[in-house]
Design a protein around this ligand. Structure first.
Ligand code: ATP
Length: 316
């Protein structure tokens, strides 16, 4: 079975700008996949190539085994896209807009109307079915974009910043809807600037920076690469850092704090038991211990920043 998305050496240049500079990526069928990257990293270009809005300059892109250019129709019919921009027919009732869109994809008129009702119910704006797009609130517009992506019952749902500028309640509603779709087999490709969203939802994320994939891993694996902080409160805070040689170099730094000691380590959860034993043996009474894991956001910032530095080094 081919992957949902299969990308090989994908390139896109706009004049001198290399928006995509040789991207290789596989998104397995059924996964909830995140594409993260700072502004200008190439995410929208990547998505636009998949849906046939932008022509690639080199390499290949396949969706469920169909080349996005040579087999455009087959590839496009499997994709539902909720883009960042509201590129919607504003003058017709939203139910009509949906039914017409389904019609473009070969769905008969009566089935298309039923489907329009279903997706409007699914995203919670069925009562607005006879309203035109312009008259929806900002949050309802976002809901509608998801409904429009779902009208063709896609196998691959691409969401480009689906929760940009929406309130907490709607964000949670949208999450629930897309998690449910994914549970029922729809592959999801999500781009977001809310790193917490990726951390919460995605099985795997690719970090894209300056048109290149910097890393592909699960949010947990990425967070394991960051540094954790173990804060230990001691009954009698010491005047110098206790002897931690028993930790065998498993930590990066140790410093005194007002309450006791703070130790930074790559994998705080693994180091903490040894740290407790070492302190105990040295006669310290532990009152409290707290491990703060690096957030995906911190790892992301570090990775994309490091990449900048490397690029600067190369160009110098
Ligand atoms: P954001 O998070 O800000 O939406 P992005 O990761 O989606 O950014 P892209 O929109 O794909 O990034 O842009 C990648 C690069 O390609 C940027 O340098 C951008 O200026 C450039 N670019 C994108 N579209 C065009 C275009 N039509 N013509 C010229 N340059 C373009």
């Amino acid at each position: 079975m081919p992957p949902a998305i299969e990308i090989r050496d994908l390139e896109k240049s706009y004049g001198d700008v290399h928006a995509l500079a040789g991207v290789n990526l596989d998104v397995p069928e059924g996964s909830f996949f995140g594409l993260l990257g700072p502004n200008g990293a190439g995410k929208t270009t990547f998505i636009n190539i998949l849906v046939g809005l932008v022509r690639k300059s080199g390499g290949s892109a396949r969706v469920f085994g169909h080349d996005v250019e040579d087999d455009y129709r087959e590839a496009r019919d499997r994709i539902g896209l909720a883009p960042q921009e509201f590129n919607v027919d504003r003058f017709f009732p939203i139910r009509e807009v949906l039914a017409t869109k389904a019609g473009y994809h070969g769905v008969p008129r009566d089935v298309a109307r039923e489907r329009a009702d279903e997706v409007l119910k699914r995203v919670g704006i069925y009562d607005k079915r006879d309203t035109r797009f312009d008259w929806l609130s900002g949050g309802m517009k976002r809901r509608f974009m998801l409904a429009r992506a779902l009208i063709t019952e896609p196998d691959l749902l691409i969401l480009d910043e689906p929760t940009a500028g929406v309130d907490v309640q709607l964000r949670h509603d949208l999450w629930e809807t897309i998690v449910d779709l994914n549970d029922h087999g729809t592959t999801i490709l999500l781009t977001t600037h809310y790193i917490e969203e990726a951390e919460r939802l995605c099985d795997e994320v690719a970090i894209l920076d300056s048109g290149r994939i910097v890393d592909v891993a699960s949010p947990d694996e990425l967070m394991d690469r960051g540094t954790d902080r173990i804060a230990v409160s001691l009954r009698d805070p010491p005047s110098s850092v206790p002897d931690l040689s028993a930790l065998d170099g498993q930590y990066e730094a140790a410093e005194l704090t007002e309450a006791g000691l703070a130790v930074t380590a790559q994998q705080g959860g693994l180091v903490a038991p040894d740290l407790v034993r070492a302190l105990d043996r040295a006669g310290h009474e532990i009152v409290d211990l707290e491990i703060t894991r690096t957030s995906l956001e911190e790892v992301f910032v570090e990775m994309t920043r490091q990449d900048d530095r490397e690029e600067m080094e190369v160009s110098n």
